[in-house]
Structure formats: C-alpha cells, structure tokens
Design a protein around this ligand. Structure first.
Ligand SMILES: NC(=O)c1ccc[n+]([C@@H]2O[C@H](COP(=O)([O-])OP(=O)(O)OC[C@H]3O[C@@H](n4cnc5c(N)ncnc54)[C@H](OP(=O)(O)O)[C@@H]3O)[C@@H](O)[C@H]2O)c1
Length: 337
C-alpha cells in the first residue's frame, strides 16, 4: 500500500522529512476495523512526533491522527460496524497513523462519519472534536445544557481545537463564549463560529474583557501558548474557577499562583483513553456519534479551511509547514492517494 512517513527526524524544509513509501498492508486485530483511508487532516501532534520521535532500525514512522475512510475488514470481536461503512476517527498515538491507504483502528474509538459532509470536510473533525468535547465536559466538568450566567474563555480560538470547542460550547451549553484571535481573518472566523465576544491575545486580556462587560470567567480553555498567558488567565479567572490545558508547556508552571482564588487545573489529553485502554475508551466512539449527529442536524459545521489533493509526501510537507507556522485557521485536510 502507499503511505507517507519518515526514517529520520528532520526539519520540514528537508525533502526527506516526509517521504513516499510502499508498505505492507496491516491486518486487523480482534477489536479493529481495517479502513481504506480517503481523507486525513494534520494536527500539531503530527509535527511534534515527526520532530521528536526518531524511527528505530529503519522502520518508517507513519503519522496522521485524523481520518475518514471505508471499512474493508472487521476483527472477530467488532460490534456495530459492517464492511462498507464510512467511518471517521482519530486513532491512537501508539499505533501507525492514517497517512496510509490502509489503516487499522480500534472500533470503539471510531464512528460512522457525518453523512452531510464530504470525506475532506469530515476528516477535519475527529481529533479536535474529541479534545474539545473531553475538555469541556469530562475535564472542566461543564454540564451539558448548563453554564447559565457563566463564561468560558478560549485562547487560540481560531485554531483546530478552538474552532470546534467554540461551536460545542455554543450549541450544548448556556455559557457566554469568549474566544481570542489576533488577526482580522481569525477574529472573523471565531465570530462566525459563534463566539459571543472575540478579544485579541496579543493585547492584555483583562482590560478587553472588562470593556466587553465580563468581570471574570468561570471556565478557561487555554489551548496554546499557555505559559505566555498564564498570569493574565489567573487574573481573569473567577474565584473557584476551572482552568483546562491541552498544550505542551515550555517549562514548569507555578501551581501556587492558583491557591489564592482556589482555582483548579484540569489536563485534557485525547490519546489517554486509547493509549491506556481505559475502561471507558468507548466514550470516544460515542462522542463521535454525537458530533456526527450535530453536524448532520446543521448545528455544528466542519472546521476545514484548506484542502490539498492527493495525500503524498509533498502535500503533507506543505501541510506540516502550515501547522508549524502556528497561524492555522481551522484545519487543513488532504484527500485521495
Ligand atoms: N492534549 C490534547 O489532547 C491535544 C489535542 C489537540 C491539540 N493539542 C495541542 O494544543 C495546541 C493547540 O492545538 P490546535 O490544533 O488548536 O493548534 P493550531 O490549529 O495550530 O492553532 C493555531 C492558532 O493558534 C493561535 N495562536 C498563535 N499564537 C498564539 C498565542 N501567542 N496565543 C494564543 N493563540 C495563539 C493562532 O491565532 P491567531 O492567528 O489569531 O494569532 C491560530 O489560530 C497544540 O499545542 C496541540 O499540540 C493537544
């Protein structure tokens, strides 16, 4: 099968940072779907793994943790799927990724793809939707339908995770949603996705919140550059507020700064459930079912902003470059081999 991967960790401007490969097709384990991949998206995790996880003994690494495709074969213990189903999923960080014509994925973390979206439109969603959903409901503990009279501040709201988190918070809670974006095009994007208020993360946050009539925020989703905004986030937080993190911090943070307001800190890591095989791993499949229903009901839209074709090394290098720029608006997707 065709695949794209790498044999050495190299900067993305190196022609061999991602290369076209011919690899043997994988065989599904008892709980797996074997999927013929039609479209994939690229997330910051792809670029981080490429830079930091050197392949061993000339075994190429295949990246990609967002896919849409058709089920070609089923493991013996799979329930709820049939050959020919069109599925979408993020997969697991400790298994080969989706930048390959064929991929195996545990059926419990996959779901039928939204019917109303093209393959490319649907491929934008799984990883970021899982992250946003788990962060909002499982980690920050916002009750579905709840949050009346309270606010959620989302930093980096125009990025992949922010673009779906803003929509989920608007559709499924009563929170007042404040997103940050620093450029006219990303600010417009966050407004279009439904944020009540958009402020600029390149300027001090508190004065902008106060000017918008927000004295303090009960929930914070710090999606990127957390260390840069740390003091401002604590300043903006309401006493007993909840702070959620997903990004890789460049150094230690001082948890003592949370004490005065009795703030709580919550980590989201969307690979935790599949990586550790937690008892509730099937929650990811279930939430992807909910996301597909929201999309097909017209309540949530795809976050794709750029599309490339086909899925090959040259296009994946372009996509990695864009993601590494830190200026993504929504998601970039690739389709067809
Ligand atoms: N733990 C998990 O499970 C998990 C899951 C997904 C992602 N992540 C991590 O979370 C982070 C965000 O992911 P993503 O996919 O949303 O990234 P992304 O799409 O690359 O984010 C791009 C956005 O970041 C904004 N940004 C750039 N500099 C900023 C700054 N100094 N302050 C605030 N925002 C800034 C940009 O807004 P402007 O252009 O308007 O400045 C842009 O829209 C990454 O580090 C990723 O690896 C973790």
């Amino acid at each position: 099968m065709k695949a794209v991967g790498y044999l050495q960790s190299l900067p993305i401007d190196h022609p061999e940072s991602l290369i076209d490969l011919e690899l043997p097709a994988p065989a599904p384990g008892p709980l797996d779907l074997l999927v013929r991949v039609a479209a994939v998206s690229v997330n910051p995790v792809d670029t981080k793994v490429r830079r930091n996880r050197a392949p061993t003994a000339f075994q190429p690494e295949v990246l990609g943790w967002d896919a849409v495709g058709t089920v070609e074969a089923l493991g013996k213990d799979v329930v709820g799927f049939a050959i020919g189903d069109r599925v979408y999923y993020a997969g697991a960080i400790n298994r080969p990724g989706s930048n390959a014509e064929l991929q195996v994925v545990d059926h419990r973390i996959a779901a039928l793809a939204p019917k109303s979206l093209t393959d490319a439109e649907a491929a934008a969603l799984p990883l970021t939707a899982i992250t946003a959903w788990e962060l909002l409901f499982d980690r920050l503990g916002v009750p579905e339908g709840g949050g009346a009279g309270q606010s959620l501040l989302v930093t980096g709201a125009a990025g992949g995770v922010g673009s779906i988190l803003v929509q989920l918070a608007r559709e499924l809670t009563q929170l007042r949603v404040i997103g940050t974006a620093s450029r006219p095009e990303t600010q417009d994007w966050v407004k279009q996705l439904g944020a009540h208020i958009v402020i600029d993360h390149s300027q001090p946050l508190r004065p902008q919140l106060v000017a918008a009539g927000v004295a303090e925020v009960e929930f914070i989703a710090s999606l990127t550059h957390t260390e840069q905004h740390w003091d401002a986030l604590i300043d903006a937080a309401a006493p007993q507020g909840r702070l959620g993190l997903i990004d890789d911090l460049s150094g230690p943070i001082d948890v003592m700064t949370l004490k005065r307001k009795a703030l709580s800190l919550h980590w989201e890591m969307m690979f935790t459930r599949p990586m550790f095989g937690t008892a509730d791993v099937a929650e990811q499949g279930r939430l992807l079912v909910r996301i597909a229903a929201l999309v097909d009901a017209g309540r949530v839209r795809t976050t794709v902003s750029e599309q490339l074709r086909p899925i090959n090394a040259a296009n994946l290098r372009r996509a990695h470059e864009l993601v590494e720029s830190g200026r993504m608006r929504g998601k970039i997707v690739l389709s067809g081999f």
